[in-house]
Design a protein around this ligand. Structure first.
Ligand SMILES: Nc1nc2c(ncn2[C@@H]2O[C@H](COP(=O)(O)OP(=O)(O)OP(=O)(O)O)[C@@H](O)[C@H]2O)c(=O)[nH]1
Ligand SMILES: [Mg+2]
Length: 423
């Protein structure tokens, strides 16, 4: 790791609550991975068992004393909480600990901010950030007031704060407006794509599952950024892939999911996430080598539900089978009969995956048998990236062809070849 041990800002102690709901160790280790993505080294975890966070300090008094000692011991002045903190909690903690206090949401927002490259991505991140910060300006008033006026007076602090709040609100409005414009463009592009009438597939799943790697393998390119970091992908890309039958579909990589995905992010990335909802087919990719893969699977399914994408036909695909034992593979296989098992890295199981994709398209396809003048064969063949020919026969100078494809495309073919539907 590139962390300089001299700089105490780059090192942190993580705090979390064990509410008895899920394995707290798992979520806090994930928070550690998030911190590492920002080059923050984690020195220690401090977990308290309690049902609800303390309203004023998040942790209870005893743990707080311990935390203060730990900070001194490790010479660290950064604390990161595994839950979103209230402004009051942050203020009290910072005062008591004399250290900087961040929460999980801020860490995720910072990662997003660093990884955003397109205009849309940057706006979405800024919007998410401002929406996170806006309610947090409240309460800072007294602090700012102390700079100017005396105790009990409404000093310049409150005025500065009011001005700041109204500036932030204005900025939010501007960003939302710009985002709407971008979305409109996206809508136009999407309908253009729709006119081309290719099926659309999205690769969704927990962050770091290998979504971008899979997209690259399917497109035989390195267009998508692949990194062993969380949230490497912020701006999804869409590419064409040719299936074994010759048919072309459009595949999109998507932003990864995570537990406790901040609501401000889900809201700001709504347009991006909509791509998933509007797909014809989803690949739900899971890192099988992750000891907590089942929880992460559930978490991803929850996000899909939240963005109303649960009804999109879905193929469950376990990736990274190169990293697990044969025994584990067999046991997961026996549990998930319908799933596909692959390794993007070792290029295992990809043929099976492509077959399963086509099989799913067949279910959505319109299938017809038509008869048309044989000199129109060239026109029929010009559609081969969008339809599949199941059988073809010459009958008295005519062609009788069984074909399948998207309903609109099939209709277009019939019109163009002046075909007559026999079946
Ligand atoms: N061993 C192994 N590693 C893999 C495999 N597929 C992907 N990886 C690695 O997993 C890491 C994450 O891959 P990405 O493709 O960036 O994952 P992602 O799902 O796009 O992640 P985000 O965009 O961050 O949500 C990278 O280090 C990949 O090299 C695989 O089949 N086997
Ligand atoms: Mg990615």
């Amino acid at each position: 790791m590139k962390v300089s041990t001299k700089n105490s800002e780059d090192r942190a102690i993580l705090i979390g609550l064990d509410r008895g709901e899920f394995d707290v160790r798992e979520t806090i280790e994930e928070l550690e991975a998030l911190c590492n993505t920002l080059d923050i080294k984690v020195e220690e975890f401090l977990i308290q068992r309690r049902k609800k966070p303390d309203v004023r300090y998040y942790l209870g008094k005893g743990k707080l004393e311990k935390l203060k000692k730990l900070l001194e011991l490790f010479d660290v002045n950064l604390v990161v909480a595994d839950d979103e903190l209230t402004p009051i909690q942050v203020k009290n903690l910072e005062e008591f600990l004399n250290a900087k206090v961040l929460d999980r949401t801020q860490i995720i927002l910072e990662i997003f901010a660093r990884h955003a490259t397109t205009e849309e991505g940057k706006i979405q991140v800024e919007l998410a950030r401002l929406q996170y910060e806006l309610p947090r300006f409240i309460g800072m008033g007294t602090e700012l007031s102390r700079l100017g006026g005396g105790i009990g007076t409404r000093g310049p602090g409150e005025k500065i704060l009011q001005k700041k709040r109204s500036e932030v609100r204005k900025r939010i409005a501007v960003l939302k407006e710009r985002l709407k414009e971008i979305e409109k463009d996206r809508e136009i592009q999407r309908s253009k794509r729709k006119e081309r009438k290719y099926y659309r597939m999205s690769i969704a799943g927990y962050t770091n599952a290998g979504k971008s790697s899979l997209l690259n393998l399917l497109t035989l390119s390195d267009d998508a950024k692949v990194e062993d970091k969380l949230f490497a992908t912020l701006e999804p890309i869409t590419r064409r892939i040719k299936l074994p039958s010759g048919r072309v579909i459009l595949v999109s990589d998507t932003v990864g999911f995570i537990r406790k995905l901040p609501h401000t992010i889900v809201a700001a990335f709504r347009a991006t996430l909509n791509e998933i909802k509007e797909s014809d087919l989803l690949i739900h990719l899971i890192d099988i080598s992750d000891p907590h893969y089942e929880n992460k699977m559930q978490e991803s399914l929850k996000v899909l539900e939240e963005i109303k994408a649960s009804d999109v036909p879905r193929i469950t695909v376990f990736n990274k089978i190169d990293l697990i034992t044969k025994e584990k593979l067999e046991s997961v296989m026996s549990k998930y009969h319908d799933a596909v098992f692959i390794s993007v890295k070792k290029s295992l199981g990809i043929k099976e995956l492509l077959f399963r994709i086509e099989e799913n398209l067949w279910k959505m396809d319109k299938k017809v048998k038509i008869r048309f003048p044989s000199d129109k064969i060239g026109i029929l063949y010009s559609f081969l990236d969008r339809i599949e020919i199941v059988s073809e026969n010459y009958v008295n100078g005519h062609l009788e062809v069984e074909l399948r494809g998207m309903e609109e495309v099939v209709r277009e073919v019939i019109g163009k070849v002046k075909g007559e539907v026999i079946k």
